[in-house]
Design a protein around this ligand. Structure first.
Ligand code: NAD
Length: 356
């Protein structure tokens, strides 16, 4: 099977490419516009021109996206290309509308035209997996979990743009019969995550002895999933999922931000016994909350577990420990990003928006 992976040079996209090349006999076309959040280093071990080819293409560019379908003739698409940082979506929402909504529309249209040109057997087996987030469901209170039937109530420009893209994907199935599936996953963590996101940001700042800024009171809850478990779930949905269905993916690992940062500090203390800023937890500082910060996400993933037999393999504490170790062992990668593209500055706090 040949799979077109969009967002291939990003955090989850590159993990998907590495998984597909290492663990399956699929060949992969990796597509990415190479934005600030990407890194070709994440693909170095698979980018050998054998079963993997890379295309630098913007998903918003119809001519280029159509060319990729025409030249590579994929059997399936895993669509991950997106703008993904909630804080940036508060600062520059237009980029999120363009990439996440217009980009998804452009890809769906190119996929549809290509798919209609296929013969009957290839049309029947073709799949388009649109990868989305649990954030489309909005915020939970202390109880309950998101099911596939939970109504959409996105709160940030990021989650609203992803929700719109989900609706487009669903509509392209409903109207044109394009064989679409949608997945909604909880927060991922693991190797090569861009250091603007909570876990790598805290590791990087902790390593440098900088304050560890926790938004608000730190009691916001996220359900954490190791990235390799997520990509295995995506491959499972692609092979076994029912066309037209959506599947929630979660780690069953709800933690407050305070718990996550404390665990990172404990791992840094353990791995760096001679660090001058030990104990790292003394670096924690509470800062102004994100505007509209959702309180709690928790995912009910019984559908993918029961129907498709997927479940996460990685315990959160073990996965987090491995992730901290990975960032220490691959410090050159994150240090280069820190020195050239993003150095931990606060985003998503426009002065006029700060409401006590
Ligand atoms: P990421 O920001 O690390 O990677 C996104 C990739 O998309 C980057 O390599 C970027 O260059 C590429 N990209 C951006 N705009 C593009 C464009 N116009 N054309 C082509 N490529 C473009 O994000 P990620 O964390 O890997 O997330 C991937 C997908 O998974 C996103 O759709 C996101 O909404 C979804 N998701 C992420 C999480 C998470 O916790 N990270 C959870 C659930 C769902």
């Amino acid at each position: 099977m040949k799979i077109l992976v969009t967002g291939a040079a990003g955090f989850i996209g590159s993990a998907a490419c590495r998984f597909l090349i290492r663990k399956t006999n699929c060949s992969v076309v990796g597509l990415d516009a190479l934005t600030y959040a990407s890194s070709l280093d994440c693909l170095a071990e698979v980018n050998d021109g054998q079963r993997f080819v890379f295309e630098r293409v913007d998903v918003c560019h119809p001519g280029e996206v159509e060319r990729v379908f025409r030249e590579h003739r994929p059997d399936a698409v895993i669509h991950l290309a997106a703008q993904t940082h909630v804080d940036r979506s508060i600062d520059v929402p237009g980029v999120f509308i363009q990439t996440n909504i217009v980009g998804t529309y452009t890809l769906l249209e190119a996929a549809r035209h290509y798919w209609t040109s296929l013969d009957r057997a290839d049309r029947d087996s073709f799949r388009f997996l649109h990868v989305s987030t649990d954030e489309v469901y909005g915020s939970l209170g202390a109880e309950g979990r998101f099911s596939e039937d939970t109504p959409y109530a996105p709160s940030s420009p990021y989650s609203a743009s992803k929700a719109s893209a989900d609706h487009l994907a669903r509509a392209w199935h409903h109207t044109y019969k394009l064989p679409v599936l949608v997945s909604n996953c909880s927060n991922n963590y693991g190797p090569y995550q861009f250091p603007e996101k909570l876990i790598p940001a805290m590791i990087m700042k902790g390593l440098r002895g900088e304050p560890l800024p926790i938004y608000g009171n730190g009691r916001n809850v996220r359900d954490w999933l190791y990235v390799e478990d997520h990509v295995e779930a995506l491959y499972t949905i692609l092979r076994k999922g029912r066309v037209g269905e959506k599947y929630n993916i979660g780690g069953n690992a709800e933690r407050t931000n305070n718990e996550v940062v404390e665990a990172i500090c404990a791992a840094l203390d353990e791995f760096l016994p001679d660090a001058p800023h030990r104990p790292h937890r003394n670096l924690i500082s509470f800062v102004a909350d994100r505007p509209g910060h959702d309180l709690r996400y928790a995912v009910d993933s019984r559908k993918i577990r029961c129907e498709l037999g997927w479940q996460p393999r990685t315990d959160f504490e073990i996965g987090l420990h491995q992730t901290v170790r990975w960032f220490l062992d691959n410090h050159d990668w994150s240090r280069l990003i820190w020195s050239s593209r993003y150095a931990g500055e606060r985003l998503g706090l426009p002065a006029m928006e700060v409401v006590p």
